[in-house]
Design a protein around this ligand. Structure first.
Ligand SMILES: NC(=O)c1ccc[n+]([C@@H]2O[C@H](COP(=O)([O-])OP(=O)(O)OC[C@H]3O[C@@H](n4cnc5c(N)ncnc54)[C@H](OP(=O)(O)O)[C@@H]3O)[C@@H](O)[C@H]2O)c1
Length: 309
């Protein structure tokens, strides 16, 4: 079985990957501080430190490197763009070069925020990029650095990631919903909320179908793919759906009122695209992976939370 190295094992997607990859091969997890959630020791890899990722890959010699680590603080990146670029951009040149030398395939995640948000229809992989934020710029730089490295790779652009654990919009809404009678949420940004567990499940299928397959077929199918829930919504409509389901499941005593506001009424450091729904036809056509609608994903995450003791 192929050895798999997961970078960012304590993030939303990384954590789900560690839970789902067991049948695909022996997994080595790495985090920035060498600890997994719960305190268990794992490999250490800080992407901000030049050479750490390359040394880890050279030492472990995995068949597959999955990079779920990223600088994801979208607003803070406006104030520290060099660090965001180092972690999300330059580190990918290093990971790609080390993976290529080790003959390893790389699976990496990127974002809908590489798009400017003015397409008016779901964005395809080959559509013109044009990030509107330092975070988006840094993620685009990572895509390009990985492609230029010559390693066999998949860049999986995803969007609006959330789950039952980690820092995410759903958990923020549940916390605020328990404290307030009314929430004001932006209603003019469109996207598709995508559960971390769904991203991990699709990635496991890609590890089995692509990363551990024939080298020639792997190289032929290298490139960028969109991986996000089907359908689209706005943050405001997503908030209402979260709170209604949470109240019905007994996670909240009642659903607070959610008032729609415009982005300019909620000033944030980083500009977000107004419309960054991703067209996932390429993933379906190439790998047969069909992604459920965002509402079905939300039902599962709320059920998971409601089932917790
Ligand atoms: N979250 C979203 O809404 C979203 C949307 C579109 C695309 N994506 C992409 O999807 C992927 C997974 O995102 P996620 O939501 O799972 O992210 P996340 O929950 O924020 O986790 C990010 C992980 O990266 C780690 N990390 C940060 N800086 C690091 C560094 N210098 N060296 C090593 N590790 C570092 C964090 O470790 P610490 O715990 O030590 O900080 C954490 O484990 C990322 O590529 C992200 O860009 C996310």
């Amino acid at each position: 079985m192929s050895r798999i190295l997961v970078l960012g094992g304590n993030g939303q997607v990384g954590f789900e990957l560690l839970g789902q990859l067991a049948a695909s091969g022996p997994v080595t997890a790495a985090t920035r501080d060498g600890r997994l959630p719960g305190g268990v020791a794992c490999a250490r890899c800080d992407l901000a430190v030049e050479g750490e990722a390359a040394a880890l890959i050279a030492r472990e010699r995995p068949a597959v490197v999955i990079n779920a680590a990223a600088y994801t603080a979208v607003d803070r990146a406006e104030d520290e763009p060099e660090l965001a670029l180092r972690v999300n951009g330059l580190a990918l040149a290093e990971i790609g070069a080390a993976a290529r030398a080790a003959g390893a395939a790389v699976i990496h995640y990127s974002t809908d925020y590489v798009f400017p948000g003015d397409a008016g229809r779901p964005c395809r992989e080959d559509d013109a990029t044009g990030p509107r934020s330092a975070y988006g710029e840094s993620k685009l730089a990572g895509e390009q650095a990985l492609a230029a490295s010559g390693a066999d790779h998949l860049v999986l652009r995803t969007a609006w990631v959330y789950g039952a654990r980690g820092h995410n919009f759903l958990r923020t809404m549940l916390r605020l919903g328990a404290e307030r009678d009314e929430l004001r949420v932006v209603d003019d940004q469109h996207g598709a909320p995508t559960p971390a567990a769904l991203i991990a499940a699709a990635t496991v299928r890609l590890v089995d179908a692509w990363a551990t397959g024939d080298r020639e077929a792997r190289a032929a199918r290298s490139g960028v793919y969109h991986l996000a829930s089907a359908g689209d919504t706005t943050w405001c409509r997503f908030a209402r759906a979260i709170l209604e389901r949470a109240a019905a499941a007994g996670l909240l005593s009642r659903a607070p009122q959610v008032t729609a506001i415009a982005s300019h009424a909620f000033p944030a450091r980083a500009v977000r695209p107004a419309y960054s729904v991703l067209d996932t036809a390429r993933l379906r056509a190439t790998f047969g992976i069909d992604l459920p609608g965002w509402e079905a994903g939300l039902d599962r995450v709320v059920s998971e939370l409601a089932a917790r003791p």
